[in-house]
Design a protein around this ligand. Structure first.
Ligand SMILES: [Zn+2]
Length: 311
């Protein structure tokens, strides 16, 4: 997803902003259910107009075989998925009812390693939010990306000192790290350890980008402007309850489409846009933007049909 820096043309960006705000609202603070209802079967699953999210959103198991990534973060799928176990020494999976604790083995291994390292910098453990669906692909609610099993949301709430019950995992609220005027972090909840966790994550060579709310980026800039790792940490709408970790395409995954590297700067000098009235207090458009038609299978790599149908 392009990140506006100097915002040469703002109209499409603002329309996107409204969309992303609504999408981001469906993240960490949304409660799940201990007894989720399965989606009803589709009447015409093979119709070309069927949204790909309706198909991938109904898949509950991974496609067997070696890990294979097809496509781009916001337009793709993967085979050979693995679930992050609900509990580890230094992590717990949140909102398991969403069944989005899946990823490629690269992501699962990465999160397990990161959780150990995080404990060493004083972060008690990772509360892991959405990763991907069992075979990736677009989702019925939430994210545009998270489609190829190398994106993960991690809560900015430290892990509690006990193993949470299913109900707690579904119902506990994440902490909003941003002040109510959206111009800075909330000093009541933001701690130096939050910076240590984000810095640690950004320093991992597998990490391609991290998305945080602009107010969080601003707080990081106060402490760490000029640091190399800061170039990976980019401001984004939402992301005030969790941060988003995006890994690079792993070696040997030639069907994984990389994105361009982030700008080499720390990104601390061009945050004004994010605190402008247009972003913080967007006016509703005079003419509501036409809803974009949902992505169909035709928009995804052809191999995603195989992934979808695989046993
Ligand atoms: Zn995310």
């Amino acid at each position: 997803m392009p990140i506006p820096r100097t915002a040469p043309s703002r109209a499409p960006i603002l329309a996107l902003a409204a969309l992303l705000l609504s999408v981001a609202g469906a993240h960490a603070q949304d409660r799940g259910s201990v007894t989720p209802k399965p989606l009803p079967p589709l009447e015409h699953p093979d119709a070309p107009s069927t949204p790909a999210k309706a198909l991938f959103g109904r898949i509950t198991r991974p496609a067997a075989g070696p890990a294979h990534i097809y496509g781009f973060y916001a337009k793709g799928c993967f085979a050979g998925g693995e679930a992050l176990p609900l509990d580890g020494p230094n992590w717990q999976v949140m909102r398991p009812s969403r069944n989005r604790m899946w990823g490629t083995p690269y992501l699962v291994d990465f999160l397990e390693r990161l959780s150990q390292k995080a404990a060493r910098v004083g972060w008690p453990g990772l509360l892991v939010g959405d990763m991907a669906q069992p075979r990736g692909g677009p989702m019925i609610t939430g994210h545009a990306s998270h489609q190829i099993g190398i994106d993960a949301d991690v809560w900015l709430t430290p892990m509690p000192d006990h193993r949470m019950s299913r109900a707690e995992r579904e119902e506990t609220s994440a902490t909003d790290m941003v002040r109510s005027d959206r111009r800075d972090i909330d000093p009541e909840v933001w701690t130096p350890t939050h910076l240590h966790l984000i810095k640690l994550t950004a320093e991992q060579p597998e990490v391609e980008r991290i998305f945080v709310n602009a107010a969080i980026k601003k707080a990081l800039c106060r402490e760490a402007a000029g640091s190399r790792w800061m170039s990976k940490v980019r401001p984004m709408y939402g992301h005030n309850y969790h941060y988003h970790i995006r890994l690079s395409c792993p070696a040997g995954q030639d069907d994984c489409q990389p994105q361009g590297p982030p700008a080499a700067t720390d990104g601390c000098d061009d945050l004004d846009y994010w605190f402008s009235d247009a972003v913080l207090h967007p006016k509703p458009p005079k003419v509501p933007p036409k809803p974009k038609p949902a992505m169909t299978m035709a928009a995804l790599p052809a191999a995603c049909r195989m992934v979808l149908k695989a046993q």
